[in-house]
Design a protein around this ligand. Structure first.
Ligand code: NDP
Length: 795
């Protein structure tokens, strides 16, 4: 080849990274790794081992232990033992350990990067420049939170022993996302890496030893799904943090239901990548490369649905095909390779099958002209155009380098297409018009939105899903709440001394109220109806239910709502949601104040009703309920987000958003106060409600609809269905159009709600039927989900 020819073609020469140091490290362990439990290495009780294989050449790298239930149990015990002191270790000391871990990751960064590439098949360029630097960043960032915890999260304490289960797509990075915040907040962990990619977790265990991390603070138990299941089911675990498929997430939701274990789930996605006609198309093409060919498309938040405005679709596809033609697939250790190996043959088959399905369903397939290496697990970058929005490849997570493209005409249609998925992990929006981009960002249902960018991650920004992409956040301050609990666990809502004396004065002055003898009660001639879509409604069942006072006297009747009533109420709440969500915080506050005002105007009536129901001081409770509505109103325009300090030229807006349609099954204690507190906060945050009043004391809630009618609460925002708590709870928890259920009730009901919620992975929050309510900070957090919007700037 002449120099001129060389200059014309500029072919890539091989630029291989040496595998030797990583292979030597494996060799130094004689190619076999045990479990890391209580600071020591040991063989698994199963005496079973499995091979970890390099997907780029199908050669086994090492043998890894299959941890059994006994091993999981020992690891949990070791973590519990370590928790006794680690949980009390001063923040500064924990910060030093996290800092030391970060330093170790940096000092051995090349070894980690090469080992990760060998085990997973992802290009060295990615492990070296993205995964491992982000791992170090996570430990540094969380060292800071360990240092600051006492001041910034005062009143909170660690949860305890945390079981963590991670997938194979970002093995060490997912480990860091899980272990760094857990340790920072004073928890101890048992972590199960994915079967395909356990090696970097084992190297990490070694650096834990190197820095002298106390034995048992971090335990690594390798194994397959059975090991994960044993960890999930173990009684000694206080929290489970899981990243992986929605399918396994659902199993875990059901398995932990009713156990009281805290749970965070980071699940799958089918994230939209929206390109408007004013976008910089060349940048957008590079964005697509990052969105769907980064890590072979094996990314939970991969931009796997390309939605393009019709006028520029063909132009964009043309540019994209030209770019795809020049992508390089091959040896992941080659520094000039863009796309490495698919993690395992089974994953490759899954991709092939879904691509075949796409062809059968009529989409147009395009792949570059060159062939991928014949040996090893490789798949070419693939573009489908003319994809029908309801087709399999537009709806199912492929988890491979396959892009499904569709077109839209208007921003409204773009939003509808973007939200036409059961997932809600991320979205990428491309437009040079910031007004349009931010407007669309607020409407797309996803936990992370990138504007004119994609796949940006940082420890300072939270990451996590809406809808079936799971719940809980990792990273940012919002991620810390997953690893702490209130020190006093539950806060009493104390009546202020002022309200008590005022209540007393009123009682003395005007009520002088004695509960009437049963014989003196007026005849029961009124059955409280349900309240749906702003109107009173008779229960579909045609049945009513008696309500008794504390002495067993009959004091009223309420309608016995059934699943049809719930269905109507959910429909009304869904219909009202968009309008209520968009109502300004100021206006929401006005409505809540108005509600409080109208409740005050009828305070005596409500007090009397409460006393009839519970025998307790009714006026004090009404006063407290008015205060609770004031508190909710106060928060309506003050529950701000934050701007995260992520390390690029960028503002990352962490915006709290409502969850959506919420089922609220009220506790029995102080029925009016509990309702005002919980419903007030949920409304203040922009949710719409289907309220099921306490079955023991429902009458204050049913009286409330007269107050609602006079307080400008928009129809459908606040619906009330009385009846059997658990029956209605089940319907709500199973309902696909309900986004969250708050349930206060007996243990069996709590378990039932959590289990039933797994159908669409709705968020649940369960409380006992009686006892003081949690503090307002926790209630507001439960009423919202954080959306992180990344907005880069700079010319
Ligand atoms: P899984 O959800 O099956 O695995 C994730 C982790 O959970 C692994 O450590 C796995 O162990 C473990 N696990 C499996 N079954 C159970 C169980 N019953 N109880 C507790 N833990 C369990 O993902 P896969 O690795 O099998 O990938 C399958 C699909 O999931 C992919 O094709 C992709 O669509 C999606 N996925 C999504 C990810 C995301 O980040 N959203 C990440 C990875 C996969 P083991 O590895 O040993 O099976």
């Amino acid at each position: 080849m002449t120099v001129t020819e060389l200059l014309e073609t500029l072919p890539y020469g091989p630029a291989p990274e040496a595998a030797k140091p990583a292979l030597e490290w494996i060799e130094a362990h004689k190619g076999r790794f045990g479990l890391f439990i209580g600071g020591k290495w040991r063989d698994p009780s199963t005496q079973e081992w499995f091979a970890s294989i390099n997907p780029a050449n199908a050669k086994p790298l090492a043998e890894v232990a299959q941890g059994g239930p006994e091993d999981v149990s020992d690891a949990v015990k070791a973590a519990r033992k370590a928790f006794a002191s680690w949980g009390k270790t001063p923040g500064h000391v924990r910060a030093r350990y996290l800092y030391a871990l970060a330093r170790q990751v940096q000092k051995h960064s090349r070894l980690f990067a090469v080992l990760e590439t060998l085990d997973n098949g992802k290009p060295i360029r990615e492990t070296r420049d993205i995964d491992i630097p982000l791992v170090a960043r996570h430990f540094y960032y969380h060292a800071g939170w360990a240092q600051l915890m006492e001041g910034e999260l005062s009143g909170y304490e660690p949860v305890g022993v945390v079981g963590q289960i991670i997938p194979w797509n970002f093995p060490l990075l997912m480990l860091a996302w899980k272990i760094a915040p857990a340790l920072a907040m004073g928890n101890t962990v048992v972590l199960k890496p994915a079967e395909f990619t356990p090696l970097t977790a084992l190297l990490f265990a070694e650096i834990c030893q190197n820095v002298g991390l106390p034995a048992g603070v971090v335990n690594i138990v390798t194994g397959d799904g059975r090991t994960g299941a044993a960890l999930v089911e173990h009684e000694g675990v206080d929290k489970i943090a899981f990243t992986g498929s929605t399918e396994v997430g659902r199993i875990i939701r059901r398995a932990t239901a009713g156990s009281g274990k805290k749970l965070s789930l980071e699940l799958g996605g089918k994230s939209p990548f929206l390109v408007f006609d004013d976008a910089d198309l060349d940048s957008a093409v590079e964005g697509v490369v990052d969105a769907i060919w980064f890590n072979q498309g094996q990314v939970c938040c991969a931009g796997s649905r390309l939605l393009v405005q019709e006028g520029v679709a063909e132009k964009l596809y043309g540019k994209l095909r030209a770019r795809m033609e020049r992508l390089r697939v091959g040896d992941p250790l080659d520094k000039a390779v863009d796309i490495g190996a698919i993690v395992a043959p089974v994953q490759l088959q899954k991709i092939q099958q879904l691509v075949q399905k796409g062809v059968e369903e009529g989409a147009e397939l395009w792949q570059p002209s060159w062939a991928v290496p014949a040996e090893g697990c490789f798949y070419p970058p693939t573009l489908f155009t003319n994809v029908a929005p309801a087709s399999t490849i537009a709806q199912e997570e492929i988890f491979g380098p396959v892009l499904a493209a569709m077109t839209f005409r208007t921003p409204e249609e773009a939003v509808r297409l973007a939200n036409n998925t059961r997932y809600g992990l991320a979205a990428s929006i491309w437009s040079e018009d910031i007004n349009l981009a931010l407007d669309v960002a607020t409407q797309v249902k996803a936990g992370t939105i990138w504007i004119n960018s994609t796949n940006l991650f940082d420890a300072a920004s939270g990451f996590g899903g809406y809808r079936e992409s799971g719940f809980g956040r990792e990273g940012g301050k919002e991620g810390l709440w997953e690893y702490v609990k209130k020190a006093e666990s539950r806060l009493p809502i104390a009546d202020s001394p002022k309200s008590k004396s005022r209540a007393k004065a009123k009682t003395a002055e005007a009520i002088s109220y004695e509960p009437p003898a049963v014989s003196a009660l007026p005849p029961i001639d009124r059955t409280a109806k349900l309240f749906i879509g702003g109107k009173q409604a008779r229960p579909d069942s045609g049945y009513s239910k008696a309500v008794y006072g504390p002495q067993g006297q009959l004091i009223g009747e309420v309608g016995l709502g059934n699943r049809k009533d719930v269905r109507n109420a959910v429909e009304a709440a869904r219909g009202a949601f968009e309008g209520w969500r968009r109502t300004t915080g100021h206006n929401k506050a006005q409505i809540l104040y108005f509600l409080a005002e109208n409740l005050e105007a009828r305070a005596f009536e409500f007090a009397r009703r409460l006393e009839l129901q519970t025998g307790a001081d009714g006026m004090a409770e009404v006063e407290a309920a008015i205060q609770a509505l004031f508190t909710a109103a106060a928060w309506a325009d003050k529950y701000d987000g934050v701007v995260h300090n992520t390390p690029i030229r960028n503002v990352t807006l962490a915006v709290p958003e409502p969850i959506g349609v919420m089922g609220l099954l009220c506790p029995d204690d102080r029925p009016l106060l509990a309702l005002a507190t919980l419903a007030g906060a949920a409304l203040a945050m922009g949710n719409t409600l289907v309220v099921v009043p306490s079955p023991a004391h429902p009458l204050s809630a049913t009286d409330l609809y007269q107050v609602l009618e006079t307080s400008d609460v928009p129809a459908g925002t606040f619906n009330i269905v009385t009846g059997e708590r658990d029956e209605l709870a089940k319907t709500l928890a199973e309902h696909d159009d309900v986004d969250a259920v708050w349930y206060a009730g007996p243990q069996a009901g709590r378990a039932m709600v959590e289990k039933a919620s797994a159908l669409n992975m709705k968020r649940t929050w369960t409380l006992p039927e009686s006892g003081p309510l949690p503090g307002m900070d926790e209630i507001l957090r439960q009423a919202t989900q954080v959306k992180n919007i990344w907005v880069p700037y700079g010319a």
